[in-house]
Design a protein around this ligand. Structure first.
Ligand SMILES: [Zn+2]
Length: 345
């Protein structure tokens, strides 16, 4: 019996696993997302589907007999705090008299630091824990919503990340999740810089349509996605704390892509759940312990703008705790290649 047949034996489990309610739900926010509070699954902090599969014999193992994995990820929405690139790109529109004013503002902006050009800092921090991670970069074009950088300007950074054993993937923009062609062309832009294929994906704002986005990602050549988590609540959106191949209820077939479900995004705590640091830590610890109990994969999203002050400390605290628990802390592509050969049901 395969995994899908097992899951279908319990209709409740099957519905949560397949995210059936999302196929027809009109309860969407301004970003076309189904919020956690609109879901009928009120058991968001328990990986009920993973638990069911483990009871049925699912077995996941990790390198060096580590009990669970942590997939460390960073979405790169912004890389400049200075506005120089944007101002420079608009110089063509300036009237004659504004040139000196323009030059003054450029000089001012150049003097500012760029604390978000912090990839080396993030890598150094993770290297202390012998961890690897995934960096999902945007490849937006000027004029697209939330365009903040030219990916070509970051070529040396991308090379350094790959040389140090971490991963580059695509962070698709506001319209990528329903556009195969857009996914393809943005993927190609990054691959050209790396001179290599990329396999991983997460959409900006966690925008995603079940099941179509998986189909589009597969058609564009992605091997895994890690968007499936709720923006407004941490936890297990489809009851899974293990990577899985999704099932398309429309076609009645499995989808040829791996989903590494997102469990914790750092912005969720304060912005959506209203949790202070102490409570956020208690909840994180509980989820880490839960994922460890089920030998799962805890996927963590920490944006590159969250590496100062309390948020940086929080990230370090998670890494320290997971290291103490002997977690395998690594990137999505490593999870992907490991998963194919070391999980059985
Ligand atoms: Zn984003």
């Amino acid at each position: 019996m395969d995994m899908y047949e097992l899951l279908q034996k319990d209709p409740k489990v099957w519905d949560i696993f397949t995210l059936k309610e999302e196929y027809s739900s009109p309860l969407r926010d301004q970003y076309d997302r189904i919020p956690c509070h609109a879901s009928s699954n009120r058991n968001i902090f328990e990986p009920s589907v993973s638990k069911y599969l483990i009871d049925q014999g699912l077995h996941a193992e990790y390198p060096e007999d580590k009990p669970f994995a942590v997939c460390l990820t960073h979405d790169i929405d912004v890389v400049y705090t200075s506005l120089v690139p944007k101002v420079v790109s608009s110089v063509g529109h300036l009237k004659q008299g504004s040139i000196s004013e323009f030059m003054r503002s450029v000089a001012q902006m150049r003097s500012k630091k760029r604390p978000l050009w912090n990839f080396n800092d993030i890598l150094k921090l993770e290297e202390q824990y012998d961890a690897k991670s995934s960096f999902y970069f945007m490849a937006e074009n000027s004029g697209e919503r939330d365009y903040a950088y030219e990916i070509e300007d970051l070529e040396p950074v991308l090379g350094d990340i790959v040389d140090r054993g971490s991963e580059i993937g695509l962070h698709g923009g506001h319209t990528s999740y329903f556009h195969t062609e857009e996914l393809k062309s943005k993927k190609k832009r990054i691959e050209k810089l790396l001179n290599n294929n990329i396999s991983g994906y997460r959409n900006h704002y966690l925008r995603f349509n079940v099941p179509e986005t998986w189909e589009y990602l597969h058609a564009a050549g992605f091997l895994y996605d890690t968007t499936i988590g709720y923006a407004d609540c941490i936890g297990f959106r489809n009851g899974m704390c293990h990577p899985f191949k999704p099932f398309n209820l429309r076609s009645g077939k499995p989808l040829e892509i791996l989903e590494i479900p997102l469990i914790i995004m750092e912005d969720t705590f304060e912005r959506y759940m209203g949790l202070d640091t102490r409570r956020a830590w208690e909840m994180s610890k509980k989820l880490i312990d839960t994922v460890m109990q089920y030998n799962g994969v805890l996927t963590l999203l920490w944006h590159n703008y969250s590496f100062t002050g309390d948020k940086r400390k929080f990230y370090e605290k998670i890494l320290t705790y997971c290291a103490e628990k002997q977690a395998w802390m690594t990137s999505g592509e490593h999870i992907l290649s490991w998963w194919k050969h070391h999980v059985r049901i």
